[in-house]
Design a protein around this ligand. Structure first.
Ligand code: FAD
Length: 397
């Protein structure tokens, strides 16, 4: 962008006063015979053009433009644990393929694992052009230091355009490390991706508490690096594999690490609402915790998982892993029933891709109805028993 430099050896009281009159932003300050520019400066350059010659100077410090033709390929990091891929990687392959049709470049998968064979097969079946594999006993468990070495090696060798990763706990620690190592930017927690007219990756994510959708791009740096939430995109259709597999030489990559695995403790398994096919989501319309018993027959009949809005986590009724939304989980079930939920942007961002959405609310103008396939206007305390009766009538026991 550049900035204005003041050559103070040419400044007198009169010169300072003249420049202060010229500047429409009151950006000049003259104290102790020294003229400085404050943060109000918009670099309009009026002082350079209209001020006394040689006093103000425009310094162009913008970085030279990169040659974008060098960079090719949209790479997706396929996260794994115990040699089993996290589904978010495959969802990102779907989005990468969509983008690659616009930019006309290949889609790559990066797999770092002790045994990558099964994941490689899966990637190929999803139509990846090339899978790059870093396979080594040292990669049995995720280690942000050694895994970063592998991605750095990949990027330096193949100079690809984009790297996409899941916004999982692993991705959230891994991506910033890669960004720092490759000296590029990172847009974390994107909910949408697109391409700008110039062919750059448009990384879209909620900002300012979800009140605006920020559109971020990286026009003068490569790779373009983004993490994306689970359940935002669809996995690609399976195809007859045609892609290539390249096993990278890992012997020369440093496996040194300051992190030592002492013990692995498996977390108790909880039903993850992100994986649920049927969800009943409850909101602040429930007056007492005991009233939640009302939904139990419905839950059993539909074999549904219960989820909730944030206020119900805040008041201690639910574990935060059951919260849908921007600061909770993203869900995409086959059926989502919302009971007494207003539909704040924070909630909607976490559920709007669900296949069938039915919402019950007594307020006909509730925002949640805008994204619902079926809207029931009524009091939940009356509608829930009726839904139970209806399911009995149509034979759902
Ligand atoms: C940074 C940030 C992040 C956030 N992240 C999340 C998030 O991830 N998830 C989330 O859920 N929220 C989140 N929130 C909070 C969010 O803004 C809303 O406050 C919250 O979603 C509202 O929850 P609700 O719909 O249950 O409650 P309310 O907004 O109070 O809505 C209750 C609804 O119930 C209806 N109702 C009342 N009584 C009845 C009845 N008897 N029968 C039928 N309908 C009835 C009302 O008409 C109303 O529409 C976040 C907020 C911030 C600032």
């Amino acid at each position: 962008m550049g900035y204005i430099k003041v050559n103070n050896e040419k400044v007198t009281k009169e010169v300072a006063s003249e420049l202060m009159d010229i500047c429409p932003f009151n950006a000049f300050e003259y104290t102790d015979a020294y003229l400085s520019i404050n943060a109000s400066c918009r670099v309009c350059k009026l002082c350079v053009k209209k001020g006394p010659k040689g006093v103000c100077e425009f310094i162009d410090d913008s970085r030279p433009k990169i040659d974008k033709t060098i960079y090719r390929g949209i790479a997706v990091y396929i996260e794994q644990r115990n040699n089993k891929a996290h589904e978010v990687g495959f969802e990102l392959l779907g989005k990468a393929q969509e983008i690659s049709k616009k930019t006309n470049e290949p889609v790559y998968a990066i797999v770092i694992a002790k045994d990558a064979s099964k994941i490689v097969e899966q990637c190929l079946s999803y139509g990846v052009d090339e899978v790059f594999v870093f396979q080594d006993d040292a990669y049995e468990d995720f280690n942000v230091e050694t895994y970063t070495n592998a991605v750095e090696h990949f990027y330096k060798k193949y100079q690809n355009n984009v790297i996409l990763m899941g916004s999982t706990p692993q991705g959230r620690s891994f991506a910033p490390r890669i960004a720092a190592r490759l000296r590029t930017g990172l847009t974390a927690d994107c909910t949408m991706l697109d391409i700008t007219e110039e062919g750059d990756l448009l990384q879209i994510r909620p900002a300012f508490g979800g009140n605006i959708m920020a559109k971020i791009n990286t026009p003068n740096n490569r790779p373009q690096l983004a993490t994306i939430r689970y359940k935002m995109f669809n996995k690609p259709n399976k195809v007859v594999p045609f892609g290539k597999v390249t096993y990278e030489e890992t012997g020369n990559l440093s496996k040194e690490s300051t992190i030592k695995m002492i013990e692995k403790i498996e977390k108790p398994k909880v039903n993850d609402i992100s994986e649920a096919e049927v969800i009943i989501a409850v909101g602040r319309a429930f007056k007492k915790q005991k009233d939640l018993e009302l939904i139990e027959p419905l839950r059993q009949k539909l074999n549904a998982q219960i989820a909730c809005t944030r206020p119900l986590v805040e008041n201690g009724w639910f574990d935060n892993r059951l919260q849908i939304g921007l600061s909770g989980r993203t869900v995409k079930p086959k059926l989502l029933i919302n009971l007494g939920i207003s539909g704040s942007v924070h909630f909607i961002e976490g559920m709007k891709e669900s296949e069938l959405i039915i919402s019950v609310n007594q307020d006909p103008n509730t925002k949640l109805f805008d994204v619902s396939h079926y809207s029931i206007i009524g009091d939940i305390y009356e509608v829930i028993p009726k839904l139970n009766d209806l399911l009995k009538e149509i034979g759902v026991v």
